[in-house]
Design a binder for this molecule. Sequence first.
Ligand code: SF4
Ligand code: SF4
Length: 277
Amino acid sequence: MDTEIKQELTQFARNLGASLIGFAPVTRWDEFNEVEIPYRPHNIWPEAKTVIVIGVPVLLPILETTPSINYVEQYNTANILLDQIAYRLAVHLNDRGHGSMFFPRDGYGDIKILIEKPKASFSHVFAGKYAGLGTIGFNHTLLTEQYGPRVRYASVFTSLALEGGPILTRELCTQCRDCQKVCPSQAFTPREGQVISAMDKVACAKHHAQIRDERRFPCGICIKVCPIGKDRLLYNSTDKTQLYLEEKAAIEENPQDPRYSSWVHVREHGSRGGRIC
Ligand code: SF4
Ligand code: SF4
């Protein structure tokens, strides 16, 4: 019965544009005991039995131009699509007698609020892990086999109890630290014996406040360079590490460097800056 319902919900979400969909029983937050208690779904909404996590991909060739207006537009498009899928899935469940609501992909009114308090009321990253969609990498994102960290998420809380997807046991993060090397705010610090870094979220938020004022928010460089994800095969982009790591210095030395001309071209239009951060 569970399988049939999950197949129907998966197809419903896919028909609306979801690429990834996973099911996390709320008990997993207590089993793993990683997320602070007020941030667990059944503490946010006591009726919740399952969190359905939905993901849409970030398209790598556009992400490679970040920071740019084109990446801003892609980000906004993905966000609108996600929230609409999540809203419609929640209503679909309500229509079938299962009380449901959704948590939008972000939960802050302005980036400057994140500088004061750099924390969302609910983490889709942990929800995605508990739904079996991926593992959490050094850069605090959910790494998936299909798209690495290049996915945006929203979550539906439902009173319908469903069996969870299998949790990924193999860590996808290779600890290459490419994300750390390119981060313009130097937000990541390795932690001995831990996959996930210590992250200076305030530094990341301050950087975002600056590029937001230049009309080229968000940053996303740490998800651009991550080598994980089959999407790299699709775009023939499996061997770009050196290109990414040398980008900032190369463009500073020669803004016309032909290796980066297509990305620079996009950056020079529609937003202030033009350079990489
Ligand atoms: S989004 Fe940009 S500033 Fe923030 S952690 Fe990633 S690379 Fe660093
Ligand atoms: S860039 Fe490397 S270290 Fe960073 S999250 Fe991806 S695999 Fe992990």
